[in-house]
Design a binder for this molecule. Sequence first.
Ligand code: ZN
Ligand code: ZN
Length: 56
Amino acid sequence: MADKDKKCAHPACICPTREDSKFCSTYCEDAGADEVEIACDCGHAVCDDLVVASAT
Ligand SMILES: [Zn+2]
Ligand SMILES: [Zn+2]
């Protein structure tokens, strides 16, 4: 199913979306799809790795 491959609408986020949203979390919902950030801080493990990697 294609739905399963949906990615969060936050540009810097690679998390899969929640079923009822185009974002993975309220963090990304607040940030919005237009916000351009270097890293996602939604708290999900996959994004946490990216934050750590780009923070140095
Ligand atoms: Zn994320
Ligand atoms: Zn997200």
